[in-house]
Design a protein around this ligand. Structure first.
Ligand code: ARG
Length: 572
């Protein structure tokens, strides 16, 4: 964790000169151009500006205070005041020796662990999970894993949509048109059919709409029959969600759906009204954000004119519950970008309702999944693509590819590999892009063996594993130092050392694609190392050191892939 050592020393040097400075923004980052150095800090320029100092002079003074000679070449001041650090080979060697002894894997767990609540997946009951839910599920699960790897404590909560107006229509459909056999075969498809049926009936016939409303009122006032049906719908939905989660290898600490907060909603609205935050407008209770630049035009309704609470009210109650139960330092919501306004309103409202709550409220949003035609990803006939079918297809395609490449492997093994590769490919395609961009779903790209894909990384891992299979029973010797005389060894070693920094960047910005890029580059550096530096044919210390580099690369790759929720395989 050399970057942390550098960063701490840099902060100390700044404090020695300016005891009152806020050094939290004095950070050390990878140097974008290897020819200038390994790490870089641009923080002094901002600091100089804030204090009306000449940046290069400040940089020179800081460098004078800075004692990093044990791990770096003399620090170089570049351009308007960048500091560039180049690691000494001895320092690299020490870090590698420590890792080879198992003392660390190039990251350090947080000195002050935080508690983070992550709200993700959160599908709606009685509707099949579709491809849109996969992004939230996969992103959220990976974020939870990275936070945990860095020693933070995470509560994952699946805020399923198990309450709301759709149940009025569903109840009418259920009571009047339920096909029990169809329900047994595919519960969510049947519930979806019932919903659509009633929904279009409502459009044509007012009386159906009236029936739906009255069924909803009955449900909300605790009618036993309707509650029993509602329970059954939830049970059936959860069952299918769990099947998908099982295949994706995702689970949750909590699944507190919207209905969990029903009893609290009235109280929330009352408090908002008494505190003067909400006011009546057209018989609804509304919150206006008159002094907010963006939200000024978007008041939030917390109680509709018919007296019913809504999504916002439920989210307020949910956040209150999270604050009281876990006192998190941060709450992260992973949903698509269309909910940005909702979360801006929610956070602003919560700040008013509970001033000084001290939690960082973070909407981590993502773009859409598009089809080849650039439109939202749908089936040919325009239906929403269901997740279960998509996962089946991924496994089938991976199976065909593996069978073509390795026809001699037993079928069972090919099936297992296909599962790892197929599911991994879908996950990785989702994680490896900038989450805020839309991405085009393409089987050939995500299953390609070259490029920034799951198969490429999984294959790189199998190559490392095969080196160790060739070693047979020979046990690994731990090197006492690393010479790193060849350029490719040096590059690989430096890249390994950055693992921790990348993990920190991932949680700072909730962007797993940083980790994907890092692993992709790692695999590339490893490939050129392996091409240019004989390992098994080398002798003596060099052989020991190179084997250790292979082993450490394998460990980082494995940990990285695991953190992205990918399983690995010995062969492909
Ligand atoms: N059920 C919602 C949907 O499918 C997502 C819920 C996100 N979480 C939250 N606390 N609002 O759109």
């Amino acid at each position: 964790m050399i970057h942390l050592v550098l960063q701490e020393k840099l902060q100390q040097a700044v404090l020695a000169l300016m005891p009152d400075a806020d050094v939290s923004s004095v950070l050390v980052r990878p140097c974008p151009e290897p020819k200038f150095g390994d790490y870089q800090s641009n923080a002094l320029m901002g600091l100089a500006k804030r204090n009306q100092l000449n940046p290069r002079e400040l940089a020179a003074q800081v460098v004078e205070q800075l004692d990093v000679a044990d791990c770096c070449e003399p620090v170089n001041i570049a351009g308007p005041g960048f500091l560039n650090f180049r690691l000494k080979t001895d320092a690299l060697s020490d870090a590698l020796v420590g890792a080879a002894k198992g003392e660390h894997l190039f990251y350090r767990t947080a000195a002050e662990p935080r508690t983070i609540v992550i709200d993700y997946s959160s599908p709606n009951v009685a509707k099949p999970m579709h491809v849109g839910h996969i992004r939230s599920t996969i992103l959220g699960d990976t974020l939870a894993k990275v936070f945990r790897l860095l020693g933070h404590s995470v509560v994952t909560d699946n805020h399923i949509g198990d309450w709301g107006t759709q149940f009025g229509k569903l109840l009418v459909g259920w009571k009047e048109h339920l096909d029990r056999d169809a329900l047994g075969r595919d519960a969510l498809a049947e519930m979806e059919r019932l919903y659509k049926l009633t929904n279009s009936a409502c459009e044509e016939d007012e009386t159906v709409l009236i029936r739906a409303r009255s069924e909803l009122v009955k449900l909300q006032s605790g009618d036993a029959e309707n509650l029993a049906i509602w329970d059954e719908m939830i049970e059936l939905s959860r069952h299918q969600f769990d099947e998908i989660y099982g295949r994706l290898g995702v689970d949750f600490d909590e699944t507190l759906g919207e209905s969990f907060y029903n009893d609290r909603l009235k109280g929330v609205v009352d408090e908002l009204v008494t505190q003067g935050i909400a006011e009546e407008s057209d018989s609804a209770q509304v919150v206006f954000f008159n002094h907010h630049k963006l939200l000024k035009k978007h008041p939030a309704i917390v109680q509709k004119s018919d007296g019913a609470a809504n999504y916002t009210t439920t989210d307020l109650a949910t956040l209150e519950h999270r604050q009281n139960s876990w006192q998190p330092s941060e709450v992260i919501y992973v949903t698509d970008g269309r909910q940005q306004l909702h979360f801006q309103q929610l956070f602003e409202l919560y700040n008013r309702w509970k001033p000084g709550h001290g939690m960082k409220l973070n909407h981590v949003w993502f773009g859409a999944i598009l089809g080849e035609d650039g439109r939202p990803f749908k089936t040919r006939s325009g239906e929403i693509i269901r997740l279960s079918g998509l996962l089946n297809e991924a496994e089938q395609r991976a199976f065909d590819a593996v069978s073509e490449k390795n026809p001699d492997l037993p079928e069972e093994e090919r099936r297992d590999i296909a599962c790892v590769v197929g599911i991994g490919a879908i996950k990785y395609a989702d994680l490896s892009g900038n989450r805020q961009s839309d991405y085009v779903f393409n089987w050939d790209t995500m299953l390609a063996l070259v490029g920034n894909t799951a198969p490429y990384l999984l294959y790189a891992f199998t190559r490392i594993r095969s080196i160790f299979r060739k070693l047979g029973d020979e046990s690994l010797t731990r090197p006492e130092s690393f010479a790193l005389a060849q350029a490719e060894e040096l590059t690989l070693a430096k890249h390994l050392l950055r693992f921790g920094l990348v993990l920190e960047l991932v949680i700072d910005e909730c962007r797993p694609n940083y980790l994907c890029n890092y692993l992709y580059e790692l695999a590339g550096h490893f490939a050129s190392f392996y091409e240019n530096c004989p390992v098994l044919q080398a002798e003596g210390d060099i052989r020991t050191q190179r084997l250790a580099l292979c082993d450490l690369t394998g460990q980082v790759l494995n940990t990285g892939l695991e953190t992205l929720g990918l399983e690995t395989t010995e062969r492909m």
